[in-house]
Design a protein around this ligand. Structure first.
Ligand SMILES: [Zn+2]
Length: 509
């Protein structure tokens, strides 16, 4: 249906081109990209190729002053277009000329350029702003910007950009980033990618970061404060940059014992997922108290509370797995969140297997057997969980069991070819679950619709567990039963740490 609409639109366009273009053909861009869960996220009518974000931040007052320059290309004749932004704006220029602007909705900034933008033309949009981000609440009282004792940190899914830069805030429009932030001397700034330089002047120091590969807006992060920095190079030659707030207290050592293994773990994951897609890697642990974590591109964001119960390499594996599944290959729509979370959780299963703390099969069997059919866990469809259940446990756990079921259906050799081939083929792009299915069917030569329908798109506990076909007790059980002897399988040794990582996600919004 969608395809047919595009074809007829193209036909209509060729008619328009036959007559002289007139301003009357220019229309406002849509205020959203039509995401099934978040219809007003992102905007229609243009695509962004680059964000240049220049900020000045004063930790004492939480005052943020910024100029963001956006390079965009119009995808239709535009009389007006929107950006998504939550802070107070003082000036907007489009192609050098002052533009008029207004705000609406949760974070819509409506911009009317002095001259309309023709389809296919490039535009330079400069937005100046000043605000106190921690006081700005959107989306029902949520703020992604958190003050810390010595600075601030921002991360959030599905939205966080609006508290520090204007954007086309949807993962289907990825761009490269330059982030340059001026802070009082003695304070540091951590962001994505490579630190390209620092310079000091009149009591202020500027930190300039560059992410040169396409990045979704929600994967951009910023942490400002006083940090212990460690830098290194992985055995595979990748630069590592980790930052730990100086006031992590009792959590500091556990944080380091986890995040300092980033280089080792990213090299290990490359064996499953193919070459690491970005030019740097690392983590940042700001002192935000929360135990949330987010796979911010190249620089994973870990809440300090995550390490209150000791180290957790499983969560590091999870967030690093997202660098392939989520960051390099990103969602086209939020309803396909399984493509991110199912695979990141499955990477934890692989790590458990590697550490002899339970095989992926044992973990899948355990999840399947330990939850009775009456458990609401089974009512969530990982392949389309709905906005309110987007980050529910089922997306992760049932989602990973689905991947084990896929592994058993196609066999190990084919499965690992899919696991590595998909992020290689779709590198730096976007994807949907149907596209993944088509890819897995092409590689395996098997029809996978029934399998994925059962595990991802059908509410209720699947009648047959994720055991290898024709083998194992679980497959022969009645729906909802435990093992034939009434006993649960033994809890895999890795289970507690895997669950802590799941809690980290539930807590991050
Ligand atoms: Zn995740």
């Amino acid at each position: 249906m969608r395809k047919r609409l595009i074809v007829s639109a193209a036909g209509a366009l060729s008619l328009f081109l036959a007559v002289p273009a007139s301003a009357s053909g220019f229309q406002p861009g849509a205020d959203g990209l039509g995401d099934p869960y978040y219809p007003t996220l992102g905007n229609g009518g243009y695509r962004v190729s680059h964000y240049d974000i220049r900020l000045k931040y004063q930790p004492a007052t939480d005052e943020l002053e910024g100029t963001t320059t956006i390079l965009a290309t119009a995808t239709q004749d535009l009389s007006r277009f929107n950006l998504d932004f939550a802070l107070k704006v003082s000036e907007v220029r489009v192609n050098g000329r002052l533009a008029t602007f207004a705000t609406s909705g949760d974070q819509e900034l409506e911009i009317t350029p002095a001259r309309p933008l023709a389809k296919g033309s490039q535009a330079t949009v400069v937005v100046r702003y000043k605000d106190v981000p921690s006081t700005v609440e959107k989306y029902g009282g949520y703020t992604a910007w958190r003050r810390t004792p010595d600075g601030a940190a921002v991360a959030g899914e599905p939205v966080s950009a609006g508290w520090w830069f204007p954007s086309n805030d949807h993962p289907s429009d990825k761009a490269t980033f330059d982030v340059s932030v001026q802070v009082p001397n003695g304070t540091q700034v951590i962001s994505n990618g490579i630190l390209t330089g620092t310079s000091s002047q009149a009591g202020w120091t500027r930190f300039s970061w560059r992410e040169d590969k396409p990045q979704a807006t929600y994967l951009a992060t910023l942490a400002i404060g006083k940090f212990d920095i460690t830098t290194d190079t992985t055995a595979g030659g990748l630069p590592v940059y980790n930052a730990y707030s100086k006031d992590l207290g009792d959590n500091a050592d556990a944080a380091k014992a986890s995040v300092e293994r980033t280089g080792e773990l990213v090299d290990w994951l490359s064996g499953y997922f193919g070459a690491y897609p970005f030019s740097s890697v690392g983590g940042v642990v700001p002192n935000i108290g929360s135990s949330g974590a987010l796979e911010t591109q190249t620089r994973v964001f870990y809440g300090s509370g995550l390490f209150a119960r000791g180290s957790n390499t499983s969560v590091v594996v999870h967030e690093l797995a997202h660098q392939w599944y989520g960051d390099s290959v990103s969602l086209s729509r939020w309803s396909d969140i399984w493509l991110n979370e199912g695979f990141a959780q499955y990477a934890q299963f692989l790590w458990s297997e590697h550490e002899n703390e339970g095989t992926a099969q044992e973990l899948a069997d355990y999840i399947y057997a330990s939850r009775p059919a009456s458990d609401p866990f089974w009512s969530v469809k990982p392949g389309d969980p709905g906005e309110e259940h987007q980050f529910s446990l089922a997306v992760y756990q049932r989602g990973a069991v689905a991947i084990q079921a896929l592994r058993n259906t196609v066999g190990d050799e084919t499965f690992f070819r899919i696991l590595k081939g998909w992020p290689t083929e779709r590198r730096y792009g976007n994807a949907t679950i149907p596209e993944f299915q088509a890819y897995a069917e092409k590689v395996s030569g098997k029809k996978l619709g029934d399998l994925l329908n059962t595990w991802l798109f059908t509410p209720g506990k699947p009648a047959v567990g994720p055991s290898p076909a024709g083998a194992g007790a679980v497959a022969s059980l009645a729906p909802g039963a435990g093992r034939a002897d009434g006993q649960l399988p033994a809890e895999p040794k890795s289970w507690k740490k895997i669950q802590e990582a799941n809690a980290a996600h539930a807590d991050r919004k």
